[in-house]
Unconditional design. Structure first.
Length: 403
């Protein structure tokens, strides 16, 4: 059953179809969805019509695909188009376009964007209100915070257009800002790549890496110069037994970003980089239980060689230096992947990789579920979903009952 809930009729004719919200309760499934998957795969990105945030969500439970929904976040612009009352909550930022990521923290589902206040969403992804962490955040937040799997804290490097510096912000497990520290940078118009280890936080600029103790101040910040243009999205970082730490991140290039490992020494202010994979890739991720720790497996999307072949999913083995490929030549274009562990105590990387896809030939839109123990085989399950036109959408797995 498919129904479309149109927004208010005063929307311009050319946008009216874009502003509809889909609700699908009968979804075609090829293969078998794992019984252990109990949660919602969520993707958010700018809608192609107006750049405003659009959420797409697939609910899975007990081997069934229960529903698929698309929801527009009620920003001021969307409310103006629909004729709805403005969304409640504080207005501290020049922009409210939270179109970059969705996270689950302290019992809340939050839509995020760089330098804007989060929007709190219901479990059905209806917009509730702007959220300033119970009055403890006096400015916008970040699109890519890092959640510590051990403490439950949320760490972020926040770029605000009105400040001449970054803000290092820590949100505690109860959902309130515990600390914030200004971080001077040469350019803070765009949020930096950012990572967290057990002992450190890692900031970035185009030609240097900043390292600071997790509970430190700006006076303990050390900058290390690297080659200009080397900094891209970070996969993970972890401490070594001495003062050094390891940072795995994508390095931008003319043919796409490639995966590199940097060994950083904040005492000697040195950085040694080595290429791990020369294939063009994007959207790096890992088993979330190992974020900030030494780890073995990383995942990413390999960019397509040709449109007809589509793209592929990559499984990196950081110990052996090998890689596995899923989907090369399948004709699918894979979105950002999300890893879901098989159980709370499953070995690292044992679970499923989930991704939204569209097919270059048939035009179909699907969610694929790939068993990481048989990564190069056909997907365990493929769920048909409605077409959603996103630009640069990111994905998240929201567990129904967090461990």
């Amino acid at each position: 059953m498919v129904s479309a809930v149109p927004l208010a009729p005063q929307a311009p004719l050319r946008c009216r179809a874009r502003l509809e919200e889909a609700e699908i309760s009968a979804l075609p499934v090829k293969g078998e969805l794992p019984q252990q998957l109990d949660g919602t795969l969520v993707r958010i990105g700018p809608d192609c019509a107006d750049g405003q945030p659009l959420v797409a969500a697939l609910r899975m439970r007990q081997g069934h695909a229960e529903w698929f929904r698309t929801r527009r976040i009620r920003t001021d612009l969307v409310c103006k188009i629909t004729g709805e009352l403005p969304t409640p909550g504080p207005r501290l930022c020049p922009s409210d376009n939270a179109n970059s990521a969705v996270v689950q923290h302290a019992g809340r589902i939050l839509a995020l964007g760089d330098g804007v206040l989060p929007y709190e969403l219901t479990s059905a992804f209806v917009t509730k209100a702007r959220h300033d962490f119970d009055g403890t955040l006096p400015f916008g937040f970040a699109a890519s915070p890092v959640q510590d799997p051990l403490t439950g804290e949320l760490f972020a490097a926040v770029a605000t257009p009105e400040a001449p510096h970054l803000w290092y912000v820590v949100v505690d497990a109860s959902g309130r800002v515990r600390s914030r520290e200004p971080i001077p940078t040469s350019s803070c118009r765009e949020a930096p790549a950012f990572a967290v280890t057990h002992r450190h936080v890692v900031f970035s600029e185009s030609a240097r890496i900043g390292i600071m103790p997790r509970a430190g101040t700006v006076h303990q910040l050390t900058w290390i110069d690297i080659e200009p243009g080397c900094v891209g999205p970070m996969l993970n970082a972890f401490d070594l037994t001495d003062d050094r730490l390891v940072l795995d991140m994508l390095r931008p290039g003319t043919a796409g970003s490639t995966l590199w490992r940097w060994t950083l020494d904040p005492v000697r202010k040195t950085a040694v980089g080595v290429a791990l994979d020369h294939h063009a890739q994007e959207s790096p991720t890992l088993d979330p239980r190992h974020r900030g720790s030494e780890y073995r497996y990383g995942f990413a999307t390999q960019l397509a060689d040709t449109a007809c072949h589509g793209s592929a999913l990559i499984r990196h083995d950081m110990v052996t230096g090998t890689r596995q490929i899923h989907g090369s030549g399948s004709g699918r274009i894979f979105g950002a992947p999300v890893f879901v562990p098989r159980s709370p105590i499953a070995p690292e990387g044992d679970g499923w990789l989930l991704a939204f896809t569209n097919h270059t030939i048939s035009g179909s839109h699907e969610v694929v579920v790939v068993d990481t123990n048989d990564f190069e085989a056909e997907p365990t399950a493929v769920v048909g979903v409605a077409a959603v036109e996103h630009r640069g959408a990111q994905a998240t797995w929201l567990m129904a009952a967090p461990w």
